[in-house]
Design a protein around this ligand. Structure first.
Ligand code: NAP
Ligand code: HSE
Length: 439
């Protein structure tokens, strides 16, 4: 870490994007300006801003600040030390803006996990060659300082596993569905209104946003290149309130979990995002609403748990401002903890090799022999059933059969489910979720 002497001159920042996070950042700087200046040794001054619509009322007083319609032009021309990119998206204006800033050797602060997941290593190399910071605390888990915790606080450990609730929108939806019995679409709309969801909420509910964050965390924790393509991703669209109820009956909660692990056998890395069943006593099970949490397991620290608000204006802006303050105070570390050119490339471990217990729900016609067919297919593929529940016919004489398996290899279960799908008694594709032991 290089620590420059704090200067008395204000740190000049230009903010691209004045939506939920951008406007939140302006508000934090206005509300806590004096304390922030005292902590980093100099004031922080907003000299320029950019967004699409200059006429929009954002509830901000920015009269003295230069306005740019074009954020990349702002990054190329503004008289700033730092460009704060809060537009979003892996490509387009956000990328142009960050690249223009780094080309001028300006520091960059961003909350953009999509950009970092896809171009983080290249951008980090450019920033490090230019001797400037590329700070992204807000990109992962909103207000939780998890990047700093992994990159600095746990730097003396070999972290072997990370698990987390990394998407506030999904966690809000799943916990609200569980608490209220309300339907998915209704709760998603509420999360959007609260400013938690991405511009395209498919990124949230399909698990992509959590995957971006997991890929970034994996890089910081394991010293590997960000490898978004190797993350196995499943979202929560197909999780119904029925699954939530059945999971409860079997003693589990359903959460969208991101999991990254070093695989001792192969020397590879496992990265997965999917809804799964966890025991209520697991640290992540009690994390509700828009809260995120990360559990880091290291060789000397053991298990450490970090929890806080993962989305929304205030928490995210809190992390953006902390990144700006590091630059103001002259604190700089390599972007992903080790120099970008030294990040390792490790093989990924295919999910078919996963061994664990599974939850399976099958909607079948309720007639003699159907259960025997299911049991026969499971037997043939070497999948052993631990518990089975069948209750209540629907009006169409269909019935849900819910099975918890013993530990089995995923490939075997997939073969069984494929064969079941060809069975005429099955009224819809099987619903399958993994059971994770995260106690
Ligand atoms: P948002 O509310 O949609 O705001 C986006 C802002 O970017 C708006 O001010 C918009 O201008 C501006 N913009 C869009 N296209 C532009 C362009 N071509 N040129 C200049 N400005 C442009 O998004 P957000 O929720 O604040 O998210 C911003 C970033 O933070 C994203 O990377 C997101 O993933 C990340 N993030 C968000 C949260 C959260 O809770 N919302 C949490 C963590 C990280 P107009 O206002 O004029 O339309
Ligand atoms: N859409 C994201 C979420 C915002 O719901 O977690 C925070 O990154």
């Amino acid at each position: 870490m290089s620590v420059n002497q704090p200067q008395n001159q204000p740190l000049k920042i230009a903010i691209a994007g004045l939506g939920t996070v951008g406007a939140g950042t302006v508000k934090v700087l206005a509300a806590n300006g004096a304390a922030i200046a005292a902590r980093c040794g100099r004031p922080i001054s907003i000299v320029a801003v950019s967004a699409r619509d200059k006429t929009k009322d954002r509830g901000l007083s920015l009269g003295h600040v230069a306005w740019f319609d074009d954020a990349a032009e702002m990054a190329s021309k503004a008289n700033a030390d730092v460009i704060v990119e809060l537009i979003g998206g892996a490509e387009g204006m956000a990328r142009k803006c960050v690249e223009a800033a780094l080309a001028r050797k300006l520091h960059v602060v961003t909350a953009n996990k999509a950009l970092l997941a896809h171009h983080g290593v290249a951008l980090a190399k450019t920033a490090e060659a230019a001797g400037v910071s590329l700070n992204f605390e807000a990109a992962v888990a909103g207000g939780i300082p998890i990047i700093k915790a992994l990159r600095e606080g746990l730097a003396g450990n070999t972290v072997w596993r990370l698990t987390g609730i990394l998407n506030g929108t999904c966690n809000y939806i799943l916990s609200t569905m569980r608490a209220s019995g309300r339907e998915f679409a209704d709760v998603l709309k509420e999360a959007q209104d609260l400013g938690y969801a991405e511009a395209d909420p498919a990124f949230d509910i399909d698990g992509v946003d959590a995957a971006h964050k997991l890929a970034i965390l994996t890089s910081v924790a394991f010293g590997t290149e960000v490898d978004i393509k190797s993350v196995h991703i499943e979202g929560i669209r197909s999780v119904s309130s029925l699954d939530i109820q059945y999971a409860e009956e079997f003693g589990y909660r359903i959460k969208l979990i991101g999991l990254a692990e070093r695989d001792a056998k192969t020397g590879g890395v496992i990265q997965r995002v999917y809804p799964c069943l966890i025991k209520p006593e697991a640290p992540l099970a009690g994390v509700e609403g828009v809260f995120n949490a990360v559990v880091a397991e290291g060789d000397f620290v053991g298990k450490s748990v970090y929890e806080g608000r993962g989305a929304g204006a205030g928490p995210t802006a809190s992390a953006v401002v902390a990144d700006i303050m590091d630059i103001a105070a002259g604190r700089r570390v390599p972007t992903f903890g080790v120099p970008a050119s030294e990040l390792k490339i490790l093989p990924s471990v295919p999910l078919d090799q996963h061994v664990g217990e599974y939850y399976v729900r099958l909607l079948v016609t309720d007639r003699p022999g159907v259960f025997a067919d299911i049991a026969g297919i499971f037997r043939d593929e070497g999948v052993s059933m631990e518990s089975v529940l069948q209750r209540g016919r629907t009006q169409n004489a269909n019935v849900n059969v819910v099975i918890i398996t013993h530990k089995t290899q995923e490939l075997n279960l997939k073969k069984a489910l494929k064969r079941l799908q060809a069975n005429a008694a099955l009224m819809e594709p099987p619903h399958m979720m993994r059971i994770e032991n995260l106690d």
